[in-house]
Design a protein around this ligand. Structure first.
Ligand SMILES: *[C@@H]1O[C@H](CO)[C@@H](O)[C@H](O)[C@H]1NC(C)=O
Ligand SMILES: *[C@@H]1O[C@H](CO)[C@@H](O)[C@H](O)[C@H]1NC(C)=O
Ligand SMILES: *[C@@H]1O[C@H](CO)[C@@H](O)[C@H](O)[C@H]1NC(C)=O
Length: 434
């Protein structure tokens, strides 16, 4: 015991220590990282929590302050439920690992060369400050300071969400709505599993097995499996005390249990960003001496998951003067998103797809479409998706930005038939995790 108290007085020799970092320490750590690595980091706040705490994001890349054409943008969001502290600490360790491995580890150097990575260790700093260490089954601190569950607070594409949008949610929505993100994950706890969209669903999306599928289901299963298989134990299917077992450590969100207004569905529908939910520990706020082993469990998976941003195809849509055209719908035949995915102001598009043959379709709304067949290799190990640019020889003088209303889009799709939705949510008690 005496030795331990003595150790606590010693200054931090190197690296980040394995303990919980409260708001002030978290801010100090992020500022210090930025100060030591100004060339590859950019620290910014996307807004404030109800109690006025900053929602910090550290961006890493060769061009950390701004987007570069051809470089996809990735994000990790932690601590959305304030009592879930493991992800928050893992993201701090991930930051530490990335900045200290740059120019030393060739894989991390390439990752930083070819990707801009945004890391938000805490989306709910007020909830974290209200949480209690080792209260593994309590909801204290889960919610924000207005007692709202942030993972039920987003607009929903299946049902009207009447919850008042919270400042933390609004800040994240604005951040997602920039449309810049291609891939992301949000870190949770209370189970050990990688869960993928949809979290909600209706007769349009739910199949006979009670899975609410996106048209990109193959990609989502691959993404969730990549995390689970690179995690030390997740792929084994860990049942926590609540007893739910997940085959291969992955699950469709809805199949597990239905969630209204989740962040992952919002990313996919309105943000043109593929997002999954990572449940990383049975106890959301476990003892400090377990943090190191959680880091060891997750380190490779966290990196391998970011690399998946280089799946599929990317490119630009240009006019014959080689100028970029924004707001061009670029999608794959058979995978039309309910809110069309469109080019950004640099004319860029990014589509996550598994290797294979696809027909791309670029549409100037109300004017014309171009189709192109592409054979996609696996770009992950090359740190670049396959590149294909569309060139329109004609274009209208103006293109209207396409907007997608924040309302239940799927309930408006016409129903020629309805199937009886086989709900698996007949469990008498569903322990609320994500
Ligand atoms: C990373 O990019 C730098 C230029 O910014 C280049 O000199 C270096 O060779 C690249 N490293 C790798 C491993 O790709
Ligand atoms: C989701 O929202 C619908 C419609 O508002 C409501 O009937 C349902 O109970 C909600 N489901 C959950 C799991 O909260
Ligand atoms: C291309 O996409 C547009 C817009 O989504 C759609 O109207 C059109 O039918 C598509 N064309 C093909 C050949 O898939």
């Amino acid at each position: 015991m005496g030795i331990f108290s003595l150790l606590l007085l010693l200054p931090l020799v190197s690296g980040l220590d394995f303990r919980y970092h409260h708001t002030k320490e978290l801010e100090a750590f992020l500022k210090d990282v930025h100060k030591k690595h100004p060339d590859i980091t950019h620290l910014y706040s996307i807004g404030k929590s109800v109690q006025g705490r900053d929602l910090w994001v550290l961006a890493l890349g060769r061009s950390p302050t701004q987007h570069k054409t051809g470089i996809p943008e990735f994000k990790y969001v932690g601590n959305m439920h304030g009592n879930v502290a493991v992800g928050r600490e893992l993201l701090l360790h991930l930051i530490d690992f990335l900045v200290t491995s740059d120019q030393h580890d060739p894989v991390i150097t390439k990752l930083i060369n070819h990707t801009r990575i945004h890391i938000m260790p805490s989306m709910n700093p007020d909830g974290f400050e209200a949480s209690i260490l080792l209260h593994c089954f309590s909801m204290t601190g889960r919610y924000n300071a207005n007692k709202k569950d942030l993972n039920r607070n987003f607009p929903d594409s299946f049902t009207t969400n009447n919850e008042i949008i919270q400042p933390e949610t609004k800040a994240v929505m604005n951040w997602i709505d920039t449309g810049m993100f291609v891939l992301s994950a949000n870190l949770h706890g209370g189970a050990v599993v990688a869960s993928y969209p949809f979290d909600n669903g209706n007769y349009v999306t739910i199949n006979g097995k009670g899975i609410s599928k996106t048209l990109d289901d193959d990609v989502f299963v691959h993404l969730a499996s990549t995390y689970a298989n690179n995690h030390r134990t997740m792929h084994k299917g860990i049942a926590c005390d609540n007893g739910v077992y997940f085959k291969d450590g992955i699950t469709n969100g809805y199949h597990w249990y239905k969630v209204n207004g989740s962040m992952q569905d919002y990313n996919y529908i309105w943000g043109q960003c593929f997002d999954i939910t990572l449940e990383l520990s049975c106890c959301p706020y476990p003892s400090e001496d377990s943090i190191q082993s959680f880091w060891d469990d997750n380190k490779i998976a966290l990196i391998e998951y970011i690399k998946q941003i280089h799946l599929g195809v990317k490119g630009r849509v240009l006019n014959k003067k080689k100028e970029p055209i924004a707001n061009v719908i670029v999608e794959v035949q058979g995978r039309r998103h309910i809110c069309p995915y469109k080019t950004n102001k640099n004319g860029e598009y990014y589509l996550l797809l598994l290797p294979g043959v696809y027909i791309l379709n670029a549409t100037l709304p109300g004017f014309m479409s171009l189709q192109q067949e592409v054979v996609l290799p696996n770009g992950v190990e090359k740190f670049s998706a396959y590149e294909y640019d569309f060139i329109f020889s004609q274009e209208p003088t103006s293109t209207k930005p396409i907007s997608c209303p924040l309302k239940p889009l799927y309930s408006n799709s016409d129903s020629k038939f309805t199937i009886t939705v086989l709900s698996i949510n007949f469990l008498i008690f569903v322990y609320v995790v994500r």
